[in-house]
Design a protein around this ligand. Structure first.
Ligand SMILES: [Zn+2]
Length: 693
């Protein structure tokens, strides 16, 4: 198709210079129809950049090849980031169609770049002489990381294999897109309407959230619905005395992606697994897990399984007491055995209330979203000296998004967008992403970082009240956000969260620890109506009650991670004929009690199947928890949760370093030694006090 680049640049806001504040995407002018031509042009531009690097007459060196490659593809990068933001947080049928149509071509473009023979020959040449080039440590790291990227993307495969490899990558991109869209459709399509005694047992905050969800979905005033949004369905399962409705809600929740029809993910997941197996074999690995783990801190399947097996076995033992208590409580409540997965949370909450005289509804008024956001910002200020300054002139893609400038002293270091509420056009879960990564390779790029949560919005005129777990999620994502905002590297490839994937949860999980600090709670947890601080006795009960149910959470999480490892460690060509059956058999082998259930079922397990970043990688949270539990001890040892010396080292070695230093080295530089697993086991209540591990 003939194209006139000049007129298109004027007509298409994605291709024009962004003259908005801080050069954010001009969301108000971007339409879905702009993306296809903009992507096409941006891919052409990057191909030209890469061809030019490859065609240079000068011998390959660090700057003309490696740094030049790091500078390439910026136009595509900014368009892709804007697109991903809309696709994840404010999608539409038109955006979804673009996503389906372009998943393949974008993956083909990536393959063409990463398998560009002339470019890789130069990369390979620089890599071969890297120790003789007087490079800085960061430059050396960049050469090595990029070389790994190229090899893992197929640059070393023979010309007879490369077309097939590119085809696999394109097909995987299409299938993972479809998987995610199917889950979103099942989530958006479900609602359980409640009226009269359907509401039995639900405390006021759950009723309010259900009323708000109904009004968001255009139902008449006074209607209540339960949706599959985590911050609504979990409290519903916890408090509803209606076993029949709990069963309905539970089955819809765990059945996402599983129902026959257009959104059925069964064959989609099998196709993904079959192609991943072929991909791994082309690289000479026996299984996809072997391929995936070769590029991690863990390094191989057995070190992951060792950690998971150890923690799972301890948690299963610890679960016995919890299980007895939950069963007794359910019997006491008149629930007939056999107990089912939709009964556990209900029984568990009754135990929590009777043992600790504590319920979530009691603390919620002290954990309003606004106050918890302030708490997270305040912790960042006390640790790292940065200030968040709201600036509504910054363009956003939805009125719920709150934009901030991030200041370090008198220096602007980045932009932060906070998108906290659930809506039907947003995918479930919570995540950090970026519109721009920090770097200073050929111009200074300030990071533009986003946090998405899925909190159930408070009714009009009322605040959004968080559960303690919601507040933890808020801190978690803000920890990732800080990893992006505090990034202080030269090269974009090494920026912020672009680290090995089993290191990436360290900054996020570590930041959760500050929410648990009594002094943080005392300062920020204040009643939304009266402003009164949370009573100390309630904090104590909260802390004690939090110890309850740890085995349940650990067993469910580790069970899911072990299913992930099992499904990706297979070495045969054909995936299991029936994935739910494979999952059930794996869990039965693990002796996971059926009334416990797992965090995610395979057919909606987005970590594994929408994109590949957590495939054979759900374990990373536990891996990082070994690190974060051990890392926070550094503050405890200093006797101050905000110790300035430890905090400065933390910023330099972890939050600011991105992937410019190998993770083992970065950790050792922060802690003075490698991590120990003991703090993790203690934190999860899996290590009896006084026992040496
Ligand atoms: Zn995370």
């Amino acid at each position: 198709m003939p194209r006139n680049a000049t007129t298109m640049t004027i007509a298409n806001p994605l291709l024009a210079d962004w003259t908005t504040p801080f050069a954010l995407p001009p969301f108000d002018r971007i339409r879905a129809a702009h993306f296809a031509p903009a992507f096409e042009e941006a891919m052409r531009v990057q191909r030209a950049e890469v061809d030019a690097i490859a065609a240079q007459a000068d011998a390959p060196d660090f700057d003309n090849t490696v740094a030049a490659f790091d500078r390439s593809g910026r136009l595509l990068g900014r368009i892709e980031a804007a697109f991903q933001a809309l696709a994840a947080s404010n999608t539409s049928p038109e955006i979804q169609a673009v996503q389906r149509d372009l998943a393949g071509p974008l993956a083909e473009h990536d393959s063409a770049v990463m398998m560009h023979a002339g470019l890789f020959a130069r990369m390979d040449a620089v890599h071969a002489q890297r120790h003789a080039l007087s490079l800085t440590p960061e430059q050396l790291r960049l050469v090595e990381r990029l070389h790994v990227d190229f090899v893992r993307a197929g640059a070393r495969l023979g010309p007879d294999q490369q077309p097939r490899y590119a085809e696999i990558m394109a097909r995987l991109a299409q299938l993972t897109t479809r998987f995610a869209q199917n889950v979103l459709a099942d989530e958006a399509g479900f609602q359980l309407e409640l009226s009269g005694d359907d509401l039995d047992g639900l405390p006021p905050f759950v009723r309010a959230a259900a009323r708000q969800a109904a009004s968001d979905r255009g139902l008449p005033e006074g209607a209540h619905v339960v949706t599959l949004s985590r911050s609504l369905i979990v409290p519903f399962l916890t408090f509803s005395t209606r076993r029949d409705l709990r069963e309905q809600a539970w089955k819809a929740w765990v059945g996402r992606g599983e129902s026959a029809g257009e959104t059925d993910n069964h064959e989609v997941a099998r196709d993904i697994l079959r192609l991943r197996q072929e991909q791994a074999w082309m690289h000479g690995h026996a299984s996809y897990a072997d391929y995936a783990l070769a590029n991690t801190m863990a390094g191989n399947v057995s070190s992951v399984n060792n950690l998971l097996d150890d923690v799972y076995a301890r948690a299963l033992t610890a679960l016995k007491d919890e299980r007895d208590a939950v069963h007794a409580s359910l019997r006491d409540a008149g629930v007939a055995a056999p107990f089912m997965a939709w009964d556990w949370r209900f029984g568990s909450e009754r135990v929590r209330q009777s043992r600790y005289a504590f319920d979530d509804g009691e603390v919620k008024p002290y954990f309003s979203l606004d106050r918890m956001v302030q708490a997270a910002f305040d912790c960042a200020q006390r640790l790292f000296g940065i200030r968040m300054v709201r600036n509504d002139a910054i363009p956003v893609y939805h009125p719920d998004v709150v934009p901030y400038e991030v200041h370090d002293g008198d220096r602007l270091i980045g932009i932060f967008l906070h998108d906290n509420f659930a809506r039907q056009t947003k995918r479930s879960g919570a995540w950090m992403s970026s519109l721009r990564l920090q770097s200073r390779n050929g111009g200074v790029d300030l990071p533009v970082i986003m946090n998405n949560n899925n909190f159930a919005k408070g009714a009009p005129g009322e605040p959004t009240l968080l559960s303690f777990d919601d507040a933890r999620t808020l801190f978690h994502e803000f920890g990732h956000g800080l990893h992006g905002l505090l990034s202080n590297v030269t090269y974009q490839r090494l920026s912020g969260t672009s680290v090995l994937r089993d290191f990436v949860e360290l900054p996020s999980q570590l930041f959760e620890h500050w929410l648990l600090e009594p002094e943080v709670i005392a300062r920020h947890a204040r009643h939304w109506q009266t402003g009164a601080p949370i009573p100390e006795t309630l904090v104590r009960r909260l802390q004690e009650a939090r110890r309850w149910g740890q085995a349940y959470e650990t067993v469910r999480y580790a069970g899911s991670a072990l299913v992930d490892m099992a499904v990706h460690s297979r070495q045969d060509k054909e995936p299991p004929a029936d994935l739910p059956e494979f999952e059930a058999a794996t869990l039965a082998r693990l002796k996971l009690p059926p009334e416990v259930g797992v965090n995610h079922r395979l057919l909606h397990f987005q970590h594994l199947f929408s994109g590949a970043s957590y495939a054979a990688g759900y374990y990373v949270y536990l891996w990082a928890e070994v690190l974060d539990a051990d890392a926070f001890d550094a503050f405890k040892e200093a006797g101050n949760a905000f110790d300035p010396v430890v905090a400065a080292r933390l910023r330099q070695c972890i939050y600011g370093a991105g992937d410019s230093v190998a993770p083992q080295q970065a950790y050792a530089a922060f802690r003075g030694r490698m991590p120990s697993i003991e703090p993790l086991l203690r934190k999860r209540g899996l290590l009896p006090e006084g026992v040496e591990y």
